[in-house]
Design a binder for this molecule. Structure first.
Ligand SMILES: Nc1ncnc2c1ncn2[C@@H]1O[C@H](COP(=O)(O)OP(=O)(O)OP(=O)(O)O)[C@@H](O)[C@H]1O
Length: 493
């Protein structure tokens, strides 16, 4: 093997008392995909942020093609040929795709819009990612936004490409398309870092796998030597079991939706009818942007709709605060909408029940923090203290905060969209366990997920949304990945 494209030597990065990376050394070659695996908070995002100039390491050095480099900002990273596709799309929602891409270019002082569009079209031809340059970003699904971020990264013609959990919100088909593109980039000689919690993807794409635990490198295996079991054990130090089967649902109907209509761009959601019983999980699959998000947001009181919706026999109020008080929890698609980054972990955990902490015109922070400590322990939320600002938590830990808050009152109905988005395999097992506990106690779960295995593992019945219309539901026993795939893409059961 020649000189590695990139080499990290003894990298340590601290945030106050937290050691996010401790003495990490690794290298990646040209034309190689290196996967970084590890539990939530293990230090993966921090490590790649150092490579992209978002933070400076406290110790250690970085060598690019044998030369030591100081990556002091993302601009410097780009000039050195290092590009990053972030965990969450960081696009300007009000602007078009083309405008967002233009922001990543070093353009001359005067340039014509046409010339810019031509250059972007050429890029699209080279990387056929199926992106509409003129579409405003706020109309794109999470998967489409991810592709725009990838295009933006490719604009600088990088030598090193970092993909931080790029498939969390992609459908299996979108993920396959992305992988095809990643393989092409690899063949062109790019060195690629790939972070994912999905072990099948890691095994399908990576040449080598580095496992981090609590900031330290605890393992490095070549693809040929790896299997799922080994990777799970390296990551969490134990094996992980598939979720147990939930008992059959009860008679009582918790949610009844009749002829729901939600106006939206593209295909409006219409004629959607289904009933959800106590103790039942109804899984809804769908190609991103088929109306899943709108369905859950309408039921969560965040979007106007027409139609008849009854919750435990009474009309469902269209007000998020009243809904929560009645026992309706909501796990939103994009976790950034479910939390306030500048507030502490304790405040975020208390967001739904703030008035409860009022004492003589002030907030009882002592009580809030004690309760937060308890929830943090139970949900294994990694943060130095309940006072830690939420925005400093790792992505998976933010997701755990949302889950802890939404499930803490024992809701009757959970509207869950990608509930295990970005959480590690151990934590995903716990989330599934919590949802099933709730179901056993008579709660109902409307589960929207793009992970078909998750839907098939948890649901009693499954349905798909196809262009705004509901296909199914059908009993779980009659469903398979293939049949669900057809329901999603062809609109028939
Ligand atoms: N800006 C920051 N300030 C303080 N602590 C931070 C900051 N960024 C990260 N951390 C902490 O560093 C540790 C590593 O976080 P990091 O985001 O790198 O984990 P990760 O492996 O990417 O996790 P996930 O799988 O959940 O995305 C965590 O304990 C996190 O809370």
């Amino acid at each position: 093997m020649g000189l590695p494209m990139l080499r990290l030597e003894n990298i340590t990065k601290r945030f106050g008392p937290v050691v996010a990376n401790r003495g990490v050394s690794l290298e990646v070659q040209r034309g190689e995909v290196l996967a970084l695996l590890g539990e939530n908070g293990a230090g993966k995002t921090t490590l790649v942020s150092l490579l992209y100039g978002l933070y400076a390491p406290d110790e250690g050095r970085i060598l690019l093609e044998g030369q030591e480099v100081v990556i002091s900002s993302p601009r410097v990273a780009q000039r050195l040929g290092i590009a990053l596709v972030p965990q969450h799309p960081e696009l300007i929602e009000a602007h078009s795709v083309a405008e967002n891409l233009a922001l990543g270019l070093e353009l001359p002082p005067f340039f014509s819009r046409r010339a810019l569009l031509q250059r972007l079209q050429a890029l699209l031809q080279d990387h056929p990612l199926g992106v509409d340059l003129k579409a405003p970003v706020h109309r794109l699904s999470a998967g489409e936004k991810q592709r725009v971020e990838l295009l933006r990264a490719l604009l600088s013609r990088p030598k090193v490409l970092i993909l931080d959990e790029p498939t969390s919100v992609l459908t299996p088909k979108e993920a396959e398309d992305l992988f095809r593109e990643v393989r092409r980039l690899k063949e062109r000689g790019l060195a690629i870092f790939f972070i994912s919690h999905k072990l099948d993807e890691v095994l399908g794409l990576a040449d080598r796998i580095v496992v981090l635990r609590a900031g330290e490198k605890v393992g490095e295996v070549r693809r040929e030597e790896a299997d799922k079991d080994l990777l799970v054990r390296l990551m969490v130090g134990r094996g992980v079991a598939p979720p147990p089967k939930a008992p059959p649902p009860r008679e009582e109907v918790v949610l009844e939706v009749e002829d729901l209509l939600v106006p939206r761009h593209g295909f409006p959601l219409q004629g959607v009818s289904f009933a959800l019983r106590a103790g039942e999980v109804l899984g809804i699959a769908g190609v991103a942007g088929s109306g899943q998000k709108e369905l859950l947001e309408a039921l969560a009181g965040l979007r106007p709709y027409r139609g008849r919706v009854r919750f435990l026999g009474s009309p469902l109020p269209q007000d998020p605060a009243r809904l929560f008080a009645l026992g309706v929890a909501h796990i939103p698609e994009e976790r950034s909408t479910g939390v306030v980054g500048g507030m502490s972990v304790a405040e975020n955990l208390a967001l739904r029940t703030y008035p409860r902490y009022a004492r003589g015109g002030l907030l009882d922070y002592g009580r809030m923090e004690r309760e937060a400590e308890d929830l943090m322990r139970r949900h294994r939320i990694q943060a130095p203290s309940p006072r830690t600002p939420l925005r400093t938590l790792s992505g998976g830990n933010v997701q755990k905060v949302i889950l802890a808050r939404e499930l803490k009152e024992g809701p009757r109905l959970v509207l869950a969209m990608h509930p295990t988005y970005g959480v590690d395999v151990g934590a995903a097992e716990e989330v599934h366990g919590r949802l099933l506990d709730l179901v056993r106690e008579g709660g109902a779960v409307l589960l929207v997920s793009e992970d078909l295995d998750e839907i098939l593992a948890l649901s009693h019945r499954v349905a798909a949304l196809h262009r705004g219309r509901l296909v199914g539901p059908i009993p779980r026993e009659e469903a398979s990945r293939e049949r669900l795939g057809r329901m999603m893409t062809e609109g028939r059961a």
